[in-house]
Design a protein around this ligand. Structure first.
Ligand SMILES: Nc1ncnc2c1ncn2[C@@H]1O[C@H](COP(=O)(O)OP(=O)(O)OP(=O)(O)O)[C@@H](O)[C@H]1O
Ligand SMILES: [Mg+2]
Length: 242
């Protein structure tokens, strides 16, 4: 953890985090909350300790991703719930990478959850709470001016690089990385960086041995022991490797 940073005005408040200005216009403080929502805000509750777990997991993973060649917004973990990040303009396209069929993909295409995909699939969703984050394609994003063709090529390559790093990283911790959602943003000088978080809120993690779900599906599907699953994921991420 680093020295305290003066927190300025609240810039954005989402369902899981608050973003604050700092004295440096190119830096924000992100504060992770325990609030959880699912099904576009229809289901709401708190998951005790989630904010600190998601902060700790993201703070552990992003420096590894930087070293693997993925530029990120992460600067430092400031406290149990806070991170210092680079201020970016978020590209309103959520990027989902899938290794195994699950969730909306299984539902939409009638493919049994757990079916291994022949190669990773990258999907794009328009980041819009009012519309419920609808599935789009790259032509839509370009035509609407949400991202350029070049931006999308960069984003796809980075998303696959994240997947190529994280899949073996988690497997070494007995976790199958089923799918995950990423957000990218542009810094003041136009660099595309990985923003937001990577956590049990934004990934599907299945125990490699038991198949037990260790992610937000425990909350979405009322599977119980949600807090325990988040703590278990933090323990696996921070586990020393032999
Ligand atoms: N480095 C960053 N600079 C600016 N905004 C960021 C940065 N990292 C994340 N954000 C944004 O902070 C907001 C709050 O995060 P949170 O996860 O709570 O949002 P959310 O409830 O998922 O809602 P939504 O993502 O739909 O706005 C999000 O809009 C996210 O895109
Ligand atoms: Mg979010």
């Amino acid at each position: 953890m680093s020295a305290p940073v003066e927190r300025g005005e609240l810039r954005y408040e989402g369902k899981a985090k608050r973003v604050y200005a700092t004295p440096d216009p190119q830096q924000y403080v992100v504060e992770y909350k325990d609030d959880a929502t699912a099904f576009n805000g229809q289901k709401r509750d708190q998951i005790l300790g989630k904010g600190s777990v998601n902060n700790a997991i993201t703070s552990a993973l992003y420096p590894h991703l930087e070293r693997a060649g993925v530029p990120t917004h992460f600067i430092a973990q400031l406290s149990e719930r806070e991170q210092l990040v680079r201020a970016v303009e978020i590209i309103p396209v959520e990027v989902v990478v899938r290794n195994v069929a699950a969730g909306s993909f299984s539902k939409r295409l009638g493919i049994t959850e757990g079916t291994l995909l022949a190669r990773p699939i990258v999907e794009y969703y328009y980041k819009s709470d009012v519309l419920g984050d609808p599935l789009i394609n790259t032509d839509t994003a370009i035509s609407m001016g949400w991202a350029t063709d070049e931006d999308l090529s960069t984003i796809k390559a980075l998303a696959l690089k994240v997947n190529a790093f994280l899949t073996p990283y988690f497997l070494a911790r007995d976790i199958r990385l089923i799918d995950f959602k990423l957000e990218f943003g542009k810094t003041h000088d136009g660099q595309i960086v990985l923003a937001d978080e990577i956590s049990p809120d934004t990934c599907r993690f299945w125990d490699a041995v038991s198949g037990e779900r260790l992610d937000k599906d425990r909350f979405r599907r009322d599977l119980g022991n949600v807090e325990g699953a988040y703590q278990e994921m933090l323990a696996r991420v921070t586990r020393e490797q032999a």
